[in-house]
Ligand binder design. Structure first.
Ligand SMILES: Cc1ncc(COP(=O)(O)O)c(C=O)c1O
Length: 409
């Protein structure tokens, strides 16, 4: 007989959701019924026609053959750290105080937030934004402090909203640029205003720039840390998206600003880095090769993504009741559904009816009363066209079925 009591999970896990993967449960059920599925939900380039450049694989393989398979130094191998330092220099980040290699940018984000906030404190978090940040905040039992991105201004951060939401317990500001889920790229004057706010309020800026090389229309990326050498910033980057190796799990953090302001915080980060031993070792040899080797895969990728972005914007904007701001980077769009129903209901019905899988806007946060969904435009043109055609046909019927009097929240 089993007399053991039920094992209760920690309260800190209660509010953790990750809409991007949560939706897969429903998609899998629908797929089992034999329906043709069109997946526009996962930001993994390798699931589509984006292939890891050969020289990145060769370097990693060579490192493995050379038995570089033990633990690495906790901050990363020196060759990689030096390559990231040179990358920081190319990004015009001048006052670098520390660099560390992590298991994806995800781990850098987790460690840096963990080393900073106490229970009850808060960090300004972009809304909509990447759900990892709210999941970590939930784990750390910090208070939610969402600031809005302004859809009417190309999804730039609403700096006035940010300003109004700073309180005595605010410790930092998260920026995702280029942005997931909106694909927006932040302008220099917006970034400058955010730096002023951070300096006035002793806040650290966490700049998630994981998509900084995937930009369209000849746009240039501006690193917030490059705009003021005194601002305390941690710039997150990694190989996952720019170099098509999300499964390598290689990311990093670049700490910049004033040494005297940052020294205790840097030591706290390094304590955690040491306690978790090291990031993946052989894959760290790919960092220098990736950052300094042939970049031609990027030219090809940007060409493909520009065509796919254009189809996305054109076709979605041609559907009555949907509007879509043009993404300038990454591979996401965040179209708005002009309706009263909840976007989670819309997305569940869409998946069941058409097999098109997207993620509801509520999974990323949004201005209350607005409804969106996120599309990943990594799939090829034919798949995207078919998916958007299906969405158009479905949405018309959906709106006819659910009138204002019959709102599903
Ligand atoms: C904004 C953002 N930051 C970080 C990550 C995670 O990056 P990594 O694979 O380096 O952990 C993602 C992945 O989708 C992302 O969209």
């Amino acid at each position: 007989m089993n007399s053991q009591k039920e094992i209760k999970p920690a309260l800190r896990t209660e509010n953790i959701t990750y809409a991007v993967r949560d939706i897969v449960v429903l998609a899998n059920q629908v797929a089992k019924s034999g329906k043709e599925m069109l997946y526009l939900n996962i930001g993994d380039p390798n699931l589509f026609d984006f292939v890891t450049p050969r020289h990145i694989i060769d370097t990693t393989f060579k490192a493995m053959l050379e038995n570089k398979n033990g633990y690495a130094p906790s901050s990363g191998i020196s060759e990689a750290v030096k390559a990231i330092e040179a990358e920081a220099d190319r990004k015009n980040i001048s006052s670098v105080q520390d660099i560390f290699v992590t298991t994806g940018a995800s781990e850098a984000i987790d460690i840096c937030l963990t080393a900073l906030v106490n229970e009850g404190e808060n960090i300004l978090t972009p809304t909509p934004g990447y759900p990892l940040y709210t999941a970590i905040a939930s784990k750390l039992r910090t208070m939610e402090n969402p600031y809005y991105l302004d859809e009417s201004n190309g999804w730039q951060p609403d700096v006035d909203d940010m300003k109004n939401k700073i309180n005595k317990d605010t410790r930092g500001i998260i920026l995702i640029n280029p942005n997931n889920p909106t694909g927006s790229l932040y302008k220099s004057d917006t970034l400058q205003k955010i730096i002023d706010l951070a300096l006035e309020n002793d806040l650290i800026i966490f700049a998630d720039e994981i998509y900084d090389k995937l930009l369209f229309d000849g746009k240039n990326h501006i690193s917030v840390a490059s705009l003021n050498k005194d601002a305390s910033c941690i710039t997150f980057g990694g190989l996952s998206k720019n170099y098509f190796v999300p499964g390598f799990r290689i990311g990093w953090g670049i700490v910049s600003g004033n040494q005297s302001v940052l020294k205790n915080y840097i030591e706290a980060i390094n304590k955690i880095l040491r306690a978790r031993l090291s990031a993946n070792h052989p894959e760290q040899y790919a960092i220098k090769t990736a950052l300094e080797g042939d970049q031609s895969h990027l030219t090809e990728a940007k060409k493909k993504l520009t065509a796919r972005r254009d189809i996305t914007v054109l076709m979605l904007n041609s559907i009555p009741g949907i509007s879509c701001v043009k993404p300038e980077g990454a591979f996401y769009a965040f179209p708005r559904l002009h309706m009263d129903q909840s976007d989670s209901h819309f997305v569940s019905e869409l998946i069941k009816e058409t097999g098109v899988v997207v993620v509801p806007g509520s999974g990323f946060g949004q201005v209350p009363g607005t409804q969106h969904f996120r599309v990943v435009f990594l799939p090829n043109e034919q798949t995207l066209e078919k998916a958007y055609e299906n969405i158009g046909i479905f949405y018309k019927k959906y709106l006819e079925k659910y009138t204002k009097a019959d709102v599903v929240k």
